[in-house]
Design a protein around this ligand. Structure first.
Ligand code: PMT
Length: 402
């Protein structure tokens, strides 16, 4: 979960140029960074690269150029356009570049490019004279004006024996540039602390009180904040998840441990996001030995835990504070109450207690509330949601810190 293209879907269009022989390597490099890759070949691209090789490295059947009844009954052009997070055309020949300029929808790849709302990136590859031709120059300018990302080309010795600009970038450079496109950098230089997961309040050495938080929402936010350029500290209760790479993860057990870990480093933070499902109460004492079942009844006296989020929000050198509200009913009203009572900048309200969002689910939906705004982030997987939430939090943070 810690690679920069984790959960990103790259639709790779391979057009018919000699650089297509590098496409299997490009698929591998994108996959190594965590991307899922689907490949579309344009007409004749299979003369330069074997579809079977691309299928082997992507682990998925390769789409050819034709839009037949059979191909459209599977993942058709609209599904592919919606599936992708980015369309990458590499190599992009002079011909395919010209067709993209015209908005042609004459085969599968060009149709997807017209049908998609996601960013398009191209890695041009052609003879140096073709690259310098005035038609190609103005086509590249037109695509660039339409916000198509132009990756490269490189300069040097070409397949035709000539020397000059027009060589496709190396696969690792293309993969890196695709990854950095998703790293918005809006939080570059900022420090973000996130709590995640449940806490475990011990009754004795083998028993405790906890809840169903898997940690996924908090870990996904840590990943998204990292991708946005922040230096991230993740303070996690017990979970089965692998911490994101390059995120400073501190493992804790109880609410008191979590409180301590947060306050050890809160002063240097710019943003605090409390995603953890912290136990409101803990047993007043934890038995040193396993409790025997001698009595017919037993009761456990509970005492209140500190409210970590509220304490951070009241701290004299407080960071920008974002809470979560887990509610089973009247979600927005209860969340508003917490926003005010806990002195927060934002609260992310989510519905819990069902089976499709909240605790332990892959998806979630959020209503993000500030004192004067309400933003709906509809149900989606927690990684995608986390990226959208980080983008929203960043906007509010920047407004407050102007
Ligand atoms: O971990 P997952 O399985 O992915 O599930 C995600 C989630 C449902 C746990 C998450 O989206 C969520 O809602 N987290 C907040 C859970 C919660 O405890 O909500 P609350 O409404 O009880 O608490 C309000 C806020 O106060 C939260 O930001 C919480 O972290 C914080 N709090 C609460 C009690 C306490 N003693 N200290 C706190 O900091």
């Amino acid at each position: 979960m810690n690679k920069p293209l984790t959960n990103k879907r790259v639709l790779l269009g391979v057009s018919a140029g000699i650089a297509a022989y590098k496409s299997p390597d490009l698929v591998r490099k994108l996959s190594e960074l965590g991307a899922e890759v689907e490949v579309i070949l344009t007409k004749n691209a299979d003369q330069f690269v074997a579809p079977l090789a691309l299928q082997a490295v992507s682990g998925r059947p390769v789409h050819n150029y034709a839009m037949t009844a059979e191909s459209e009954s599977g993942m058709g052009h609209i599904d592919l356009a919606r599936w992708a997070d980015i369309v990458l055309v590499a190599p992009a020949t002079a011909n395919v570049i010209a067709r993209l300029c015209q908005g042609n929808a004459d085969e599968l790849l060009t149709t997807v490019c017209v049908a998609t709302e996601v960013p398009i990136a191209i890695a041009p590859a052609m003879n140096q004279q073709m690259w310098q031709n005035s038609a190609t120059r103005s086509n590249i300018k037109l695509l660039s004006d339409r916000d198509v990302l132009i990756l490269g080309p490189d300069s040097g010795e070409q397949a035709c024996g000539e020397v000059g600009p027009g060589r496709m970038l190396q696969p690792e450079d293309i993969a890196r540039q695709v990854a950095s496109h998703f790293s918005t950098g809006k939080l570059a230089g900022r420090r973000v602390m996130i709590t995640a997961g449940p806490t475990w309040e011990a009754i004795d050495p083998v028993r405790g009180i906890t809840n169903h938080s898997s940690g996924l929402m908090g870990y996904a936010l840590a990943q998204a904040a990292y991708e946005a350029g922040a230096e991230v500290t993740l303070i996690s209760g017990p979970t089965d998840l692998t911490p994101p790479e390059r995120v400073n993860t501190i493992n804790v057990v109880s609410a008191l441990d979590m409180h301590q870990a947060v306050f050890d480093d809160i002063e240097s933070q710019d943003i605090f996001i409390g995603v953890a499902a912290v136990a409101d109460y803990r047993p007043a004492s934890s038995a040193e030995q396993k409790i025997k079942k001698n009595a017919d009844e037993m009761s456990i006296r509970m005492v209140k835990n500190p409210d970590i989020l509220a304490d951070v929000a009241c701290y004299s050198k407080r960071p920008f504070c974002v809470g979560f509200a887990a509610e089973t009913n009247d979600v927005v009203n209860y969340a508003r109450g917490k926003l005010e009572r806990k002195n927060l900048d934002l609260i992310a309200a989510n519905h819990v207690g069902g089976t499709d969002t909240g605790f332990g689910t892959p998806d979630n939906a959020i209503t993000l509330i500030s004192s004067d705004t309400v933003t709906e982030l509809p149900k989606q997987n927690k990684f995608a949601l986390a990226r959208n939430l980080v983008a929203e939090i960043t906007k509010h943070f920047q407004t407050t810190n102007q």
